[in-house]
Each structure stands twice: as structure tokens, then as C-alpha cells.
Design a protein around this ligand. Structure first.
Ligand code: CTP
Ligand code: CA
Length: 233
């Protein structure tokens, strides 16, 4: 059914999308980060805007080349953030106006307890460990305070070790976060991140698989929006 959607079936829909990966600084030159390129999140923003939605794209360390089309799109406003805390603030602001929230960003689960204003050096003594503190779960927070009718979508990248574990983990995660839809994909050392293609399951109410989408990140994005359009009615 790919491409079956109406070109402007999301006209006027207000959407907030997060994309990319947060970086948690350790000192002015080092950070804890992750491998998210932001491509899937940007594809979701572009797909929504091309279908008429008004999009706020909260981008955490997304390459300029990946963002180029979004920067030119009249229906997309980009906000740049760095850390999980900044991403949380930007998404909470965007959520006040948004009918649909898409958390495609890879958010650091932990941040260093202390950030040094000066570069850590071996001269000052060996660094044996880094103390971490947990970051707030942004999407769970947004879901707990959702407006009536607001649709909230989380993403998960999993590394299952047996058949069935991907969906089991996805269903538990959807429940734990209190989101409407959870989009899950399998990742590994050589799959999922920088790749242009993706395969995802969209999990909805009661853990039902509402879609199995595969192809370019743009094709997957359009399939996700088809599910959202259905949920919105
Ligand atoms: N997420 C979030 N805030 C965090 C961590 C994650 O909003 N502090 C969001 C992500 O943007 C994503 C969803 O939660 O939409 C799932 O992320 P994931 O890392 O899979 O979930 P976690 O609860 O952190 O589980 P895990 O321990 O497997 O990393
Ligand atoms: Ca996590």
C-alpha cells in the first residue's frame, strides 16, 4: 500500500520530531555519544511536511548534509540541541503545540556526574572510571503529561538474541513508556545506523503489530505516518 496516502492527508497537523543522537560532555573536548545519524528522524520530518504537516524538528548532532532537505522545507523549523537535557527542554516546548510527537532521537541514558571546565589530562592523574547519573526519560515524561488526543510515538533499536525477543522487548518497552506507538528495528554492529535502508515493526494497542515496514528510511517514514493517520482517524 506504499504511496497510497493522499498527498496532503496531514495538512495542518502539528508535529514535533526529534532526530539524531545526544552528546553528553565530559570536558570541553570529549563526550559520551551514540551512532545515530538522524536519518530516520529527518525522513519522518520530511515525510510529514511533504504531506502537509507543520513540523518542528529537534536535531541533536545531525550532519548538515543529512539536514539539507529539511532546512529548505517551508513547513519544517529546525531546533538544534546537544545534550539530553536540551533535547528534553526543546521537546517539552514543542509538545505544547503538537498533536503528534515522534521521538526518533537516540537519547543518552546516562551523563557524566561531573563536567570538567578544563580538558582532563593524564598529568592531573589517571582517570580510572567515570561516574554517571541517569537522564530523565523524555518520552515517558511527555506521555505521562500528554494532552487529550495527543499521539506519542517512541522508537527502539534492539539487539535481540533469539527469535521473538525483538517483539517481546518492544511490547514491554511500549507499556513501560506509556506511548501509543512504538517503532522497533533490529540493529547490530553492521546494520541499522548509517544504513540508508531500515526494517521496522510498528507496535500499537495491546502489543499488536500494526505495520511491518521495510525499505528506504523515507519509505519507512511514510508507512509510519500511514499508521499515525489511521490512529488519528
Ligand atoms: N528515550 C527518551 N529519553 C531517554 C531515553 C530514551 O525519550 N532518556 C526515548 C527514545 O527517544 C526512544 C525511546 O525512548 O523513542 C526508546 O529508547 P530506548 O533507548 O530504546 O529506551 P530505554 O528505555 O532507554 O531502554 P534501554 O535500556 O533498552 O536503552
Ligand atoms: Ca536507552
Amino acid at each position: 500500500h506504499r504511496g497510497a496516502h493522499e498527498p496532503h492527508d496531514l495538512d495542518g497537523l502539528r508535529v514535533a520530531v526529534s532526530a539524531g543522537g545526544t552528546r553528553e560532555p565530559l570536558d570541553p573536548v570529549r563526550f559520551l555519544g551514540n551512532r545515530s545519524s538522524g536519518r530516520q528522524g529527518v525522513a519522518l520530518a520530511l515525510a510529514a511536511a511533504d504531506r502537509g504537516a507543520d513540523v518542528v524538528l529537534v536535531a541533536a548532532h545531525v550532519d548538515g548534509a543529512v539536514l539539507a532537505d529539511a532546512e529548505r522545507h517551508p513547513l519544517i523549523r529546525i531546533e538544534h540541541v546537544g545534550t539530553a537535557a536540551e533535547l528534553g527542554d526543546a521537546m517539552r516546548r514543542a509538545a505544547e503545540e503538537a498533536a503528534v510527537i515522534v521521538m526518533a532521537a537516540a537519547v543518552a541514558d546516562y551523563r557524566p556526574a561531573d563536567v570538567s571546565d578544563r580538558k582532563l589530562t593524564k598529568e592531573a592523574g589517571p582517570l580510572e572510571s567515570i561516574e554517571l547519573v541517569q537522564n530523565e526519560d523524555i518520552v515517558a515524561h511527555l506521555a505521562a503529561r500528554r494532552h487529550p488526543g495527543q499521539v506519542i510515538i517512541a522508537f527502539a533499536a534492539e539487539t535481540p538474541d533469539h527469535d521473538g525477543e525483538l517483539l517481546e522487548r518492544a511490547r514491554r518497552k511500549r507499556e513501560r513508556k506509556g506511548v501509543d506507538l512504538l517503532v522497533v528495528n533490529e540493529v547490530g554492529w553492521d546494520r541499522g545506523f548509517e544504513a540508508g535502508e531500515n526494517t521496522v515493526h510498528v507496535i500499537g494497542d495491546g502489543g499488536a503489530v500494526l505495520a511491518l515496514a521495510s525499505g528506504t528510511k523515507r519509505a519507512v517514514a511514510d508507512d509510519v505516518w500511514d499508521v499515525v493517520a489511521d490512529v488519528l482517524g
